[in-house]
Design a protein. Structure first.
Lengths: 405, 407
């Protein structure tokens, strides 16, 4: 059934395309997946159904964080590209998947090829810029994002330019552009909520806690399941010393998507609140994530490496994770993580070099200056340590409950 | 009698939301100041198409067409340009070409919801409702929660007779539309006001329309609904004044015809006669063009000039091009006025099978049923008519008791 309308199928309660009216309704992602799978079984080459199923898998990935949906989508894309290597929709999906898998070089190369044929495709310019940002190719990222913006100033292009300016040290411009992204809005509320949450992060990192709180609340009003906005509120509460409130926000974020960084934050908060058993549960959760990573031969995981370093656990594994990541993700965030893991493993000189690379753009990230200050002090450079501490204070010294100088 | 106030509900402009920012052309540089940038032509074409959705002024489509031609010269095969080209073709009622190009684009990029939305509009315009429904469902499936999905599905829900469901989706779309996109928010509010009015909630319709006009005071579409509200309140002179302003703003035959009808209702018979005469001349002149006022011309010949033969000739021409509910209902009425009741019945049944709840259709359908001696159908249509204003159908229908109607 080519291009069958799911609403029709479900209202009939049968996987048959019956004529039925007045039912046009949004269909739950799980139901979409079931139906597309069924339709594809009867006609495996139907391109519309394949696109529908890939889109449903990726939506499910966003909703659940379950990485297996990425693999399922990937298999389908491979099938489409085997049949027609130039299928533009399939190539766009492939970029999305490779970005998730951190295969940034592949995305950059593919996007450049695609742009030869479709120079006005804003999404592909965005993919190219995203990949370049992760690779630490900031000049190329700027060029791609500017091109994207010139094609169409909208939420997607404002958002990316804002991120670029933040990373490259211009927080004032970044915040203004992120506000523009929010004002531009998007037909999918989740996207506007995402920008509000990023705006909240920028405010928080530059010490404007009240503005950050407003932005996170606005974000959750628009899309209540945006876990990163809940986590943002948790960070603010922790910075204000309201541990109970911080715990509540982080628990909510973790209930939506159990990211390793939420487990790390909760472990610290439970410990501070005198709840050792709950803190241990979070530690166990991180250990389980680590174990799964080892079993599945996970090569990179920047956030896990940082968390292990923070808590001085399994440092050799952490070092291995981050050293493997650097060649494929050379951005300032990865250099900072490497610096921190090197510091914790006693490689002070290498840590200093990596930290300098993290700081080269002047990114207003409190954590960079916290790490740099600790490293400089340990390396016997109290003057540099104090300078970094001053920079941290000028931003937000209470950026992380567990990290106070 | 004008039958389809909301015929523009599926006009292709919703997909332009991403091209418009702050209710103004996206690109600061206009096509005039930066003639070499295809993006400037894209922004300009998008704005003209959006204005055409509000004004139904075909001149806007002509300007958009010129922009698209420049755009495609500067950037041959440009995907955005081709989508704009489809919107122009649709706006100018070149349905076959629009469908062909939209289908090609959809094959190339099947995950683009804007491409699907163009297919919704085209298929609805030609009466391919099952296809339109399928296309709208694709938008809802590919981008759950998108404004475009709710907007397109709302338009179809209305056509399928689910006014409440349509209002629900338009309100969802409003909730999700940027506060800064004043024109789009106003357009969505106007759709809600129009549906509230159609369901007899005049007061609520006025309140909603006030919100719409606050965002976009010069909206022609909102002015049209404002005139309809005045008519519902029996304030025909006020409605005529609004309609005259609209006609002075966009002097097309469609606006002239509606103005003439309101003048007649207001008892301004001399002015109405002059306006109808002018309408006949102007609508007849463009009768064979793709974009025309032929539906109005059909009703003019059946209801005002009493020349049913001319009406039927035009109706048959239109039927050969599109089979949407509006065309079928107009053809049914033309056949009826020519004494061809079976043919009339066939068309009206097909028009109503879409599900649309239009009191004028029910009024005509009841008269056709009476002539074909179908008492059951007659009773059903009278029952439908009972839910509208008693003045909706002035036809001298066989009188039924309330008990009979209920039965």
């Amino acid at each position: 059934v080519r291009g069958a309308a799911l609403g029709i199928l479900f209202c009939a309660g049968l996987l048959l395309a019956q004529t039925a009216r007045k039912e046009l309704v949004p269909v739950a992602t799980d139901d979409r997946i079931k139906t597309y799978q069924h339709l594809l079984a009867s006609d495996p080459s139907d391109e519309h159904t394949q696109i529908g199923l890939i889109s449903a898998y990726l939506q499910k990935l966003r909703e659940s964080g379950d990485i297996t949906y990425l693999d399922r989508a990937s298999k389908l894309i491979d099938r489409m590209l085997e049949k027609d290597g130039g299928n533009f929709s399939a190539l766009r999906f492939q970029n999305e998947i490779d970005l998730q898998r951190h295969d940034f070089k592949a995305v950059a190369e593919r996007a450049q090829d695609m742009l030869k044929y479709a120079p006005s495709d804003q999404g592909t310019w965005g993919n190219l810029g995203d990949a370049a940002m992760e690779l630490g190719e900031y000049t190329q990222a700027e060029r791609a994002y500017m091109k994207m913006f010139s094609l169409r100033p909208n939420l997607a292009s404002y958002n990316r330019l804002a991120y670029y300016y933040f990373v490259t040290g211009d927080s004032t411009r970044a915040i203004q552009l992120m506000r523009d992204a929010v004002d531009a809005g998007d037909s999918v509320p989740e996207n506007t909520a995402w920008c509000l949450s990023e705006l909240g992060d920028m405010y928080f990192k530059t010490g404007r806690l009240d503005a950050a709180e407003d932005a996170y609340h606005s974000s959750l009003k628009l899309f209540p399941r945006l876990h990163r906005a809940s986590a943002g509120l948790g960070r603010i509460a922790a910075a204000r010393g309201s541990i109970d409130i911080a715990v509540r926000h982080y628990e909510r974020a973790q209930a939506i998507v159990p990211l390793v960084e939420y487990a790390g934050a909760l472990e610290d908060l439970y410990t501070a609140a005198g709840m050792p058993e709950k803190a241990r549960q979070q530690r166990d959760l991180v250990a389980a994530i680590e174990k799964i990573g080892k079993v599945t031969n996970e090569k990179t995981n920047r956030n896990l490496a940082l968390l292990l370093a923070d808590h001085v656990r399994d440092l050799s594994f952490a070092l291995n994770l981050i050293q493997t990541e650097i060649p494929i993700r050379g951005d300032v965030y990865t250099w900072d993580a490497l610096a921190w893991v090197l510091f914790k493993t006693g490689n002070l000189q290498e840590a200093k070099t990596a930290s300098a690379k993290a700081l080269k753009l002047g990114t207003p990230e409190p954590i960079f200056y916290y790490h740099a200050s600790k490293i400089a002090r340990a390396a016997g450079d109290p003057q540099a340590a104090q300078e970094y501490a001053n920079r941290l204070s000028a931003l937000n010294a209470k950026f992380d409950f567990g990290k106070q100088l | 009698m004008k039958t389809n106030v909301g015929r523009s509900i599926l006009a292709a402009a919703g997909f332009l939301a991403g091209l418009i920012f702050n209710g103004a052309p996206v690109f600061q540089l206009s096509a005039q100041t930066s003639p070499k940038a295809w993006q400037a032509y894209s922004g300009s074409a998008a704005e003209h198409i959006r204005m055409a959705r509000d004004t139904r002024d075909v001149a806007q489509y002509n300007q958009a067409e010129s922009d698209v031609q420049h755009l495609l010269q500067l950037s041959p095969g440009n995907y955005d340009g081709q989508k704009l080209q489809v919107a122009v073709l649709l706006g100018k009622h070149e349905f076959a070409n629009a469908l062909k190009l939209a289908t090609e684009l959809n094959r190339k990029v099947p995950d683009d919801i804007n491409g699907w939305s163009l297919l919704v509009d085209i298929n609805a315009a030609i009466g391919a409702y099952a296809e339109a429904e399928r296309d709208a469902q694709w938008i809802l499936d590919l981008r759950p929660g998108s404004v475009l999905g709710f907007e397109k599905a709302a338009g179809l829900r209305e056509l399928f007779g689910d006014a409440e469901g349509a209002i629900e989706f338009y309100q969802e779309a409003i909730r999700r539309t940027s506060q800064n996109d004043l024109v789009q928010r106003s357009w969505l509010l106007t759709q809600v006001a129009r549906l509230q009015l159609a369901s007899g909630n005049v007061k609520q319709a006025q309140l909603t329309l006030d919100q719409s006009l606050a965002l976009f005071p010069s909206s022609q579409l909102a002015a049209a609904v404002s005139a309809d509200i005045r008519i519902a309140e029996g304030k025909y002179a006020e409605a005529a004044a609004v309609r005259e302003r609209m006609y002075r703003g966009v002097a097309n035959p469609e606006n002239l015809y509606v103005w003439a009808e309101v003048l007649e209702k207001a008892g301004l018979n001399e002015q109405a006669a002059a306006a109808f005469k002018d309408f006949e001349t102007r609508a007849s002149a463009q009768m064979n063009a793709a974009y025309n006022a032929n539906q109005d011309l059909i009703y003019f010949y059946t209801d005002h000039k009493q020349d049913p033969a001319k009406a039927l000739k035009i109706a048959q021409r239109e039927e050969s091009l599109r089979q949407d509910e509006g065309t079928l209902a107009a053809a049914a009425w033309a056949f009826f006025q020519n004494g061809k009741y079976t043919e009339a019945r066939n068309r009206m049944d097909r028009a109503l099978s879409v599900g649309i709840k239009n009191p004028v259709y029910f009024c005509h359908a009841a008269q056709i049923a009476a002539k074909t001696n179908d008492q059951t159908a007659l009773a059903n249509y009278q029952k439908e008519l009972a839910s509208f204003s008693p003045n909706t159908c002035a036809a001298n229908l066989p009188i039924q008791t309330a008990k009979e109607v209920i039965k």
